[in-house]
Write a protein that binds this ligand. Sequence first.
Ligand code: 0RA
Length: 635
Amino acid sequence: MDGNFNKAEEDYDADSIVALHGLEAVRKRPGMYIGSTDSRGLHHMVYEVVDNGIDEVMAGFATEVDVVINEDGSISVTDDGRGIPTGMNQEEGKSALEMCLTDLHAGGKFNQNSYKVSGGLHGVGVSVVNALSERLIATVDREGKRFQQTYRIGIPDGPVEVIGDSDRHGTTITFWPDPEMFETVAFDYTTLQNRFRNQAFLNKEATINFEDKRTGRKERFHYDGGVSEFVQYLNRSKTPLHPSPMHFEGEKNNVVIDIALQWTDGYNEEIDSFVNTIFTPEGGTHLTGFRTALTKTINDYGKANNLLKDMTLEGSDVREGLTAIISVRMPEPQFEGQTKAKLGSSIAQGAVSALMGEKLSEFLLENPQVAQLIVKKAVSAFEGREAARKARDATRRKSVLETTSLPGKLADCSERDPSKCELYIVEGDSAGGSAKQGRDRQFQAILPLRGKILNVEKARPDRLLDHEEIKNLAIAIGGGIGKEFDVSKIRYHNVVIMTDADVDGAHIGTLLLTLFYRQMKPLIEAGHVYIAMPPLYRVYKGKKQIYAYNDEEMVSAMAELGQGANVSRYKGLGEMNPQQLWETTMNPETRIMKKVTIEDGILADQLFSVLMGDDVEPRREFIIEHAHEVINLDV
Ligand code: 0RA
C-alpha cells in the first residue's frame, strides 16, 4: 500500500515537471509555437481556441461558438459542445481538463477528429495559448455541474473545482495574452471579423457570434450556402457572367472536396484555397489539381462543340474573371514552403482534378448557355493576349518597361545591391519633399505618387502601363507587372508604403496594396512590402519629447513627462520636418513597419472592389459599417 502511494506521488511530480518543462519551452521560444510574437501571433491565439470550438461543431456536438472581446481586452470563447472532460486520469493523476490545458502533447489524445491538423502553426493546442497568457480561466458545463480551473502563465492555481450547478453543456475559455510574450496585446476587430466570416463560410453548420464589448459592435456569421455563398460574397460588387456559382462536392481517396466557382466580366482571378479550413496562400496540390482539370475540361468542351477554331486555351485564359473557393478536408495534410503555406500532399491533386473534371463536364453539358459564355470569355482573353503579343513582335518593341529610363520623379539611392535598398512610396509631392531630405540617400529611394491616378478598376491588364503613375511604379520597382512580373529582378527588397493616417492616406494605401496584390503578387509573397507607421502623437515638455505610435503609448508618455506635458497629434506626414520624419518613420533603428501579408492583399482587393465596383449597395453598406473607423481616422 505504502509503496503504491509513494509511486503515485513520484509519478505525479515527474509529470508536473514534464508539463512545466513544456510550458517553459513555449515561453522561451513563443514564435516556434504560435508563429510569431507580433499581432499575427496574437491573433493566432484566438484562432486556436475558436478552432477547437468549431471542431466540436464539425464533430456534430455543438452548433454555436461565441467570441467576445471583453472590456479589459481579454477574450472569451464559448461553445455549446460536450465540454472538455473533467474526470481524473488515474495514470496521470490529473484531470483531463488540466492535461488538455497544460500538457503540450495532450491535445491529440482528446481529439478524435482525424481532420485536425497535426504540426505546423495550427492545432498546437490550447496548452500553448495557456502558456502564453498571463491568466486563463477554463469553465466547463457538463453533467449538471459547472467546473472551473484557473491558471497563470499556464500553471494551475489549484485543481479543477465545482463552482455550481448547470443545465447546459459546453466549454468557455477566457484568456489574457501575456504582454511580456507579445509585442502587442490589442485585438483587432477587422482581423478577427474576417477570420470568423471565412470560418463560417467554410463550415456551414457553424454559427459564430462575435461581440466587441470595447465598442459595442457585434455580428453573427452563419451561411447555409457554404462555399457557394463565399463566392457570391467575394463577387458582391462585381458583375457575374452567370447567375449562381457552380458548386461541386464529393469525396475521393479520403479527400473531402468542396468547390464553388463563378466567372465575372472583370479581368482578375481570385482563387482562394483551403485545407481543413486553413488558408493556403501559396496554393499547392489541391490548387494544381483544380487548375489542370479546369483548363482541360474547358478546352475539351470548346473543341467538341466547335467553339475554339484552332486555338488551345491557356490556363490564364480560362481563369480570367474567375472567382473560386477550393476547400479540401483530409487527414494529416503535409505543408511545404518556407512559411508552410502550400499543400504538398500529392493525393489531393488527383482527387481534386478527378472530381473537378467529372463535375464540370457534367455541368457544361447540362448548362449549354453558361458553357458558351465561359468559353467566349476565355476566347476573348486568348485573343487579347495574342493581339498584345503580335503588336509587340510587329514593332520589335521591347516592353515599355525595358526601354524606358527611370522615372524623373524617383529620387534613387546610390547603393546598387537590391537586398540593401529600400523604396519609399510617398503620398503627394510635399511629403515626398520631406522624405527626400530626411532619408539616408545611400540606401533609401523615394517615389512620390498621386493616388487618384492609380484608380484603374476597369482597365484591361495590357493597358495598365498607359497610366503614368503605374508605369513609374513598375519601372522603379523593376520586376515588371502582371503575369510577367519577375521578383528576381526587383531593385529594392523593402518596398515601403508611407501615407498619412487619414482617409485619403488609407485610400491610397488600399489602391497600392490592391495593385501589388493583383499585379505583383510575388512581391507580397516574398515579404518585400511594408507599411510605414508614422507616430500618431508627439508628447513634449520643455526640451524633452516622446513620439507615441498609439493611444496607450501617448498616455504613458504623458505620465512619464509628468505635470505640464503637452501633446500634439500628427495629422499628416507633411507636419513633420525632414529630421523628424527620419527619426520617427524612416530610421531602421527606431522606426516601426508592418509587413504586408497575402491576407492583407486579399482584404485590400475586396475593399477596393467594394469602393470602386459596379454595385452601389455594397458600397453604401461598407461606408455605413466603417463610418466610425473613418471618423477615428480623420480626427
Ligand atoms: C474530447 C472529448 C470530449 C470533449 C472534447 C474533446 C472537447 C474539447 C473541446 C475544446 C473546446 N471545446 C471542446 N469541447 C469538447 C468529450 C467526450 C465525452 O463527453 O464523452
